[in-house]
Ligand binder design. Structure first.
Ligand SMILES: Cc1cc2nc3c(=O)[nH]c(=O)nc-3n(C[C@H](O)[C@H](O)[C@H](O)COP(=O)(O)OP(=O)(O)OC[C@H]3O[C@@H](n4cnc5c(N)ncnc54)[C@H](O)[C@@H]3O)c2cc1C
Length: 399
């Protein structure tokens, strides 16, 4: 039977990050992906500072910086143009070599990671290969999968990492459940090419604009467009809300000076769930990314947390193989689930349930540099990411 060291199921941002991490340690891995090619869907857009540190270590940050948009401030504004609170990432200069977010489509990252794997000898990505089931013995895991042709194959490995997304069939095969609930309501995302920072002078790359009734819209600047996120009312008509006759009056509540109609590139409607897998894995099979945790998109954290999962598990597997200490991987996987449960989910929850109270807190915090820095450390996930190897090394050398 074919054998490798690690099988990764799923070639999304998390699975491919794990593969690049493992390949960097000289560990052989095979990524099984059921699609025929990488997904190009427009999903995550925000790369947080600790993720940039990790991606720099993986050797893919240079081209990302060239393609992406640096976001160095978060603003809370009124429709009348007043800035109620602003958080400048400069406050993080002593916390990270990358004191900013980077806005870029996640599909740009997955392509760079795939290209990197193709250039090296260690990580192979097999498209059109769907995971079927897994069987475990003491030191071995055997995965069965089916190719696009219908041919069934088996591979044995030391470890399996499940990065097969929210509907993970690896998680199902382990008998684990995804537990939690859906957030009420849905949002309309408009992707527009209008120069919003000219129309709203001084606009931050991440801005929340509040109307007097404390409702808000979110604006996020991508390299060549803006994402405008509008919360939809209960009982909305999905065909009606995508028409300018519906959304332009809403947009004008927050941007009254907007001339004419938005120039729409695309739109979609989506909801969010707050979910956690009932366990971190079983035996030598462990969950990461959306297979382990799901949350809302406000603050841009879920994929970032998934990449941190991949980095921590990749490092633990490398160490476990060197030291013949599989318990290190189990411990890392347990910790990642704990991070999702105790930090990721409560924090992203507060991002959308804060309401009027949230705005008042933001105003107080932004006025005090110490509190503003603490807020940015949390928003940037610097306090919940795994320790980074190279950043630590360079800090030690610098002392
Ligand atoms: C609109 C939107 C905006 C978002 N914005 C942000 C943001 O700004 N920041 C952020 O951090 N997160 C954001 N997210 C969340 C982010 O997109 C996800 O967390 C991320 O895609 C998870 O990556 P993943 O690799 O775990 O899973 P996925 O991206 O879902 O990848 C899973 C892969 O596994 C494959 N697969 C599934 N089943 C099998 C099988 N049986 N066999 C083989 N392969 C299989 C799938 O085809 C897929 O390629 C956003 C999400 C949405 C929808």
């Amino acid at each position: 039977m074919e054998r490798t060291q690690v099988i990764i199921v799923g070639a999304g941002p998390v699975g491919l990050s794990a593969a690049v991490c493992l390949a960097g340690f000289g560990i052989d891995c095979i990524v099984l992906e059921k699609r025929e090619a990488l997904s190009t869907a427009s999903k995550a857009s925000t790369f947080q500072p600790p993720t940039l540190e990790i991606l720099s270590e993986f050797g893919v940050l240079g081209p990302m910086m060239q393609m992406g948009r640096v976001a160095d401030r978060i603003q809370y504004r009124t429709a009348a143009g007043a800035v109620l609170a602003q958080f400048d990432h400069d406050l993080l200069v002593s916390d990270t070599p990358f004191p900013h977010r980077l806005h870029l489509e996640q599909s740009a990252l997955t392509q760079l990671l795939l290209d990197k794997l193709k250039r090296g000898p260690r990580g192979e990505v097999r498209f059109g290969c769907t995971f079927l089931n897994v069987a475990q013995q003491t030191n071995d895991v055997m995965v069965r999968y089916v190719e696009a042709s219908g041919a069934k194959r088996e591979i044995a490995a030391d470890y399996v990492l499940a990065a097969d997304g929210a509907h993970s069939t690896v998680r199902d095969a382990l008998g684990l459940a995804l537990e939690g609930s859906a957030y009420p309501g849905q949002v309309l995302r408009l992707v527009v090419t209008d120069p919003l920072s000219d129309i709203i002078p001084g606009l931050g790359q991440v801005s929340y604009i509040f109307s007097p009734d404390n409702s808000s819209i979110s604006l996020l600047q991508m390299p060549d467009c803006w994402r405008v996120i509008i919360r939809l009312p209960d009982g909305f008509d999905p065909e009606e809300v995508v028409l300018p006759e519906w959304y332009m009056p809403v947009v004008r509540q927050y941007i009254p000076q907007f001339p004419g109609e938005l120039t729409l590139r695309e739109h979609d409607i989506y909801g969010a769930r707050k979910m956690l897998a009932s366990g971190h894995g079983t035996g030598r099979v462990f969950l990461m990314g959306d297979a382990l945790h799901l949350t809302n998109t406000r603050g841009g954290m879920n994929m970032n947390c998934g990449i941190h999962d991949a980095y921590e598990l990749g490092g633990a597997i490398a160490k476990a193989i060197t030291l013949n200490a599989p318990e290190l991987v189990e411990r890392a996987a347990r910790r990642r689930r704990q991070v999702a449960q105790e930090q990721l989910l409560p924090r992203t929850d507060r991002n959308i349930t804060g309401g009027a109270n949230l705005l008042a807190q933001m105003r107080t915090m932004s006025a005090d540099p110490v509190q503003a820095r603490e807020m940015l450390v949390r928003a940037a996930m610097l306090d919940m990411a795994p320790p980074r190897r190279l950043v630590q090394t360079s800090r030690v050398q610098a002392q």
